[in-house]
Design a protein around this ligand. Structure first.
Ligand code: PAF
Length: 286
């Protein structure tokens, strides 16, 4: 695997590849785990060249302490990427991603209702930062396919909207969430949980599964949201911010029985020092 600290170096490498080679790109913020490796494997299985990046993007953090404590493990990350068949790693400094003369085309975008709910409502400015960095990274890598994780469901919707609004030519592949044995969704932030918090965090997915079962049984979505929220809030180590049942295309709350392509339940929960998110696709073609 080749590692490039600059966009210029990475571009020189990519420009030297034969024109017909397909390139899959996996953007990450590092502290890599099996969830990221599932993205690399999906990329590897279907493309000639796999590019990953590790960049803890300051513009998408709405809490300074979250940015400061975000785990950084670049050596271990590079080993994992190499082991899983990644060809090129872009590992830039902030100035390489955002040079002083950089003109941000994403600042004029309007994500409307997509960012008025869930993460967008609870983390002001977060998705503007995500759109900004992903556009910039796509402009550098110019991949055939962008590979993203389903765990960040709303992020995928916002990135798809950015791609559409700016006419970026790239396909998007979404890879299912990888989970621990107890169902906890893998996240770089999980490593900051102590033993008791880790146990508590493992119950979050059970509440989402209970909501999914309730929906399948025809129960009222608002009541299911309230029950899951209340039950998580009962746990002394869990502080839920939202439980939301929504239409996967619009991200808007689901009115029971309205036809949807994909019905999803998602949550954000503070557990000790960490804010965790998770979601389940309850059904497709409801
Ligand atoms: O999901 C992430 O890790 C980040 O939001 C991303 C897509 C790498 C942009 O910084």
């Amino acid at each position: 695997m080749r590692t490039f600290p600059t966009a210029t170096g990475l571009r020189t490498y990519l420009d030297g590849l034969p024109n017909d080679q397909t390139v899959a790109y996996v953007p990450t913020m590092g502290a890599l785990h099996a969830g990221h490796m599932a993205l690399i494997t999906a990329a590897r299985d279907s493309h000639d060249v796999v590019v990953a990046s590790i960049f803890v993007n300051p513009t998408q953090f709405n809490e300074a302490s979250d940015l400061d404590t975000y785990p950084r493990t670049p050596e271990a990350d590079a080993d994992l990427l190499q082991l899983h068949g990644c060809d090129a790693l872009y590992l830039p400094a902030v100035e390489d991603v955002y040079p002083s003369d950089y003109e941000d085309r994403t600042s004029r975008l309007d994500f409307g209702p997509l960012v008025a709910v869930m993460e967008g409502a609870n983390r002001p400015g977060h998705f503007a930062g995500v759109a900004q960095v992903v556009y910039r990274l796509l402009d550098i890598v110019r991949p055939t396919t962008l590979v993203l994780g389903q765990k960040d469901y709303q992020q995928v919707a916002v990135i798809r909207s950015m791609i559409e609004q700016l006419g970026v030519k790239v396909d998007v592949t979404v890879v299912p969430t990888v989970r621990e044995r107890d169902g906890l969704a893998l996240s770089s932030r999980n490593r900051r949980l102590n033993d008791a918090e880790r146990l508590a965090a493992g119950t979050i997915n059970l509440h989402l599964k209970a909501v999914a079962a309730g929906l399948t049984a025809g129960w009222d979505p608002k009541e299911l949201e309230k029950t899951a929220f209340r039950e998580m809030a009962h746990h002394e180590l869990l502080a839920p911010e939202y439980v939301s049942i929504f239409d996967g295309d619009t991200l808007q709350p689901w009115a029971a029985d309205a036809p949807v392509r994909e019905l999803v339940v998602a949550t954000a929960v503070r557990c000790g020092p960490v804010r965790l998110i998770d979601n389940f696709i309850v059904r497709t073609s409801f």
